[in-house]
Design a protein around this ligand. Structure first.
Ligand SMILES: C[S@@+](CC[C@H](N)C(=O)[O-])C[C@H]1O[C@@H](n2cnc3c(N)ncnc32)[C@H](O)[C@@H]1O
Length: 210
């Protein structure tokens, strides 16, 4: 069963879940680096943040999402999601550190990494895009991991070249970060990249189906 996130987030991976989940190989620990939900202190601050997130276009918190076609989002449903998240996060550590430190702290042959770095194009209000140099540094760092990994990046010729040699599946999604009322046809190309091992073991050699 999957737990739905209580916050909306530009670049969230809910839309790709059915494609991503079957690609996660057996592991001892699962680590998601470059996670995006913000750190909050204080209950009042957290409650205000949640409300602004749920009531704005795309969860950016800087607009009020006027809607003429249906009612406001359900607050009761958000509470249900928070309760489910609380149960899901039992035995899970959430750390506010860079992916570089996370790689050092948690990498092992039994670790499975999921990494969703910032795109190298476009703009979102909540975090900065990466330039190609940062993406290159990241590609080198994941290539050096002992553990297995799955990475999602925006689809550009540069990113395809950077991860060549691994299994790359291009996908097109409706970007949640755009306002579907004004740009209903807006789509976004992403790459799901799965580590290809040089000397593949039986478990590691599963083909990436198209
Ligand atoms: C595309 S978002 C990830 C969204 C995530 N899949 C989710 O649904 O929550 C990329 C995130 O990486 C974070 N980030 C950027 N540079 C980082 C670094 N060096 N180490 C860790 N996180 C970083 C950004 O702040 C942003 O929140």
């Amino acid at each position: 069963m999957t737990t739905k996130p209580p916050l909306r987030w530009p670049g969230g991976k809910t839309r790709l879940l059915t494609q991503l989940l079957p690609l996660i190989r057996p592991h001892t620990i699962f680590v998601e680096a470059l996670i995006a939900q913000p750190g909050l202190t204080g209950l009042q601050q957290a409650a205000r943040y949640l409300l602004r997130n749920r009531l704005s276009f795309g969860g950016t918190g800087n607009s009020f999402a006027v809607c003429r076609s249906h009612a406001q989002p359900s607050r009761a449903a958000v509470l249900d999601k928070l309760r489910a998240l609380n149960a899901r996060l039992d035995k899970v550590a959430v750390e506010n550190i860079s992916y570089e430190r996370l790689f050092k702290n948690y990498d092992s042959p039994g670790t499975f990494w999921f990494c969703d770095p910032p795109y190298t194009v476009g703009e979102v209000d909540t975090y900065a895009a990466w330039d190609q140099e940062r993406m290159e540094g990241f590609a080198q760092a994941v290539a050096g991991l002992q553990g297995d990994w799955l990475v999602t990046v925006n689809d550009t010729p540069e990113n395809r070249a950077l991860f060549r040699g691994h299994d790359i599946r291009p996908v097109v999604t409706n970007s949640g970060a755009v306002n579907r009322r004004t740009r209903p046809d807006a789509t976004f190309g992403e790459l799901i990249i799965r580590r290809r091992w040089k000397r593949a073991s039986a478990a590691q050699a599963l083909p990436l189906a198209a």
